[in-house]
Design a protein around this ligand. Structure first.
Ligand code: THG
Length: 367
C-alpha cells in the first residue's frame, strides 16, 4: 500500500514524538488521529504484550466531556445500559444506540462526578450526536472534546511498572475503577482498563504538555521490565473478542447482534433513545450475531473488506477481522453469522482474497 500524506487534519498526539522515536512501523487513522498499529511486527508485538509490558499511545480514544446538571440524564439518553447504580470512580463499557437501536459507538463511560462525565469514544464522530441531543432536548450541559489523551500500560508487568511511576496504590485499583494519582504536580485519572486481556491501566493524560514527560518516565522506569512501545494488537484483540467499531459492527447492528446484550438493561434504561426499538427487536432476539470463527490453513492476509461466509453455496455471514494466532496455531477471526448457522461446530466456507478456506464457528473467543 502507498503511504498516507500527513497533514493537520490527521491529528498527531501528545505522545507522537515518543512513538516515532520507538520506531513505529505503521499507523491507522482513528477519530481523525494517528493510532500506531505495528512497532516490531504484529507477531513480535503480540508475544511481547503477553510476556512483558507495553506503553500504548491511545490518545485517539478521544473524550467527549459532558458537564452540567443534566449530564447524567444525557448519558442515559445515549445507552441501553442502566446507569442508575454507577458511582463516581467507576467506568462502564456502554453501547450507544440511535433511535433504531443501531450502534453509533461503543465507548467507555468515565463518571468523574455526578455532573461531569467523559465518554471515551471508539471511531465515530459521536460528539455531534451528543451535541445535537443536548440542543434538541434543551439540556443544561456543556459538551466538548477536552485536552485529554489516554495512555495505556498493558501486559503482565503493568502493575509493577505503574507502581514505579505512580506508587504502590495502583495495585489496589479494581477493574474498571479509577482514582486520581499525582504525576509532576498534576492529578491524572488512572483506571484499571484497556483494550487487551493482558491486564493493565489507562492514564487519562490531561494537558498535552505532560504527555512526553509521562511517556519518558514510564519508559525509564520500565527498563528492567523490558518495557516497549506497543499498541492495540490485532491478534490479541481477536483472541479476546474485543470488537472494533467500524470493522466488526456499524450502525446497521444492534448491541444484541454484537454480543453486547450483557451491557444492556433495556427494560430499566428509562430515557435511552433506542429503547423502544431495542425492546421490539429484543422480543424476537437477533437473527445474526457476532461469533468467534477459526479459519484453517496458512496465515490469512489482512482483512480490509468483508469476507463472505458460505454454507451450501449460500451466504450465511461474513468475517470482518482475522489474523494468524501463534498461541492457538490457527487463524482466529470475528464474524457475523446468521442464526441458521451460528451454532458451535458449524463448518462454513470463508472466501478470503487467497481463495476459499474451511471455517468453523467456535463456542467462545479464545481468551
Ligand atoms: N479504553 C478507553 N476508551 C476506548 C477503548 C478502550 N475507546 C474506544 C474503544 N476502546 C472502545 N471499545 C471498547 C471495547 C471493549 C472494551 C473497552 C472498550 C473492554 N471490554 C472488556 C470485555 O469486553 O471483556 C470489559 C468490559 C466490561 O467488563 O465492562 O474493555 O479500550 N478508555
Amino acid at each position: 500500500m502507498a503511504l498516507i500524506s500527513p497533514s493537520r487534519r490527521l491529528r498527531r498526539t501528545p505522545f507522537s514524538d515518543g512513538v516515532e522515536a520507538a520506531g513505529v512501523k505503521a499507523y491507522t487513522v482513528y477519530n481523525h488521529m494517528l493510532l500506531p498499529t505495528v512497532f516490531r511486527s504484529v507477531q513480535e508485538d503480540y508475544r511481547h504484550l503477553k510476556e512483558a509490558v507495553q506503553v500504548w499511545d491511545v490518545a485517539c480514544e478521544r473524550q467527549v466531556e459532558v458537564r452540567g446538571p443534566d449530564a447524567g440524564r444525557l448519558v442515559q439518553l445515549l445507552t441501553p445500559r442502566d446507569l442508575r447504580s454507577m458511582q463516581p470512580g467507576q467506568c462502564y463499557y456502554i453501547p450507544i444506540v440511535d433511535e433504531t437501536g443501531g450502534m453509533l459507538n461503543d465507548p467507555v463511560a468515565v463518571k468523574l462526578t455526578e455532573d461531569r462525565w467523559w465518554i471515551s469514544i471508539a471511531d465515530s464522530d459521536l460528539l455531534y450526536w451528543i451535541k445535537g441531543l443536548a440542543y434538541g432536548y434543551r439540556l443544561d450541559v456543556l459538551i466538548d472534546e477536552p485536552d485529554v489523551s489516554p495512555l495505556a500500560v498493558q501486559g503482565p508487568r503493568a502493575d509493577d511498572l505503574m507502581a514505579q511511576v505512580f506508587g504502590e496504590q495502583v495495585r489496589q485499583i479494581r477493574f474498571f475503577r479509577f482514582v486520581p494519582l499525582n504525576f509532576q504536580g498534576r492529578d491524572l485519572v488512572v483506571a484499571r482498563s484497556g483494550y487487551s486481556k493482558q491486564g493493565g491501566f489507562e492514564i487519562y493524560v490531561e494537558g498535552e504538555d505532560i504527555g512526553m514527560p509521562l511517556w519518558n518516565a514510564l519508559m525509564e522506569a520500565g527498563k528492567s521490565m523490558d518495557v516497549h512501545a506497543g499498541c492495540p494488537n490485532l491478534i490479541e484483540r481477536i483472541e479476546a473478542g474485543l470488537l472494533s467499531y467500524g470493522n466488526d459492527m456499524t450502525d446497521n447492528n444492534t448491541p444484541h447482534e454484537c454480543g453486547l446484550g450483557r451491557f444492556c438493561n433495556t427494560q430499566t434504561a428509562i430515557g435511552c433513545i433506542g429503547r423502544d426499538a431495542l425492546l421490539r427487536v429484543a422480543a424476537e432476539g437477533p437473527v445474526k450475531q457476532i461469533r468467534a470463527i477459526s479459519i484453517d490453513g496458512d496465515p490469512v492476509p489482512a482483512c480490509d473488506r468483508y469476507w463472505q461466509l458460505l454454507a451450501d453455496g449460500k451466504v450465511v455471514g461474513r468475517v470482518s477481522s482475522a489474523a494468524w494466532s501463534p498461541d492457538f496455531d490457527t487463524n482466529v477471526a470475528i464474524g457475523m453469522v446468521r442464526m441458521t448457522h451460528w451454532d458451535e461446530g458449524n463448518e462454513l466456507i470463508v472466501e478470503t482474497p487467497d481463495g476459499a478456506r474451511q471455517a468453523t464457528v467456535q463456542e467462545k473467543f479464545w481468551i
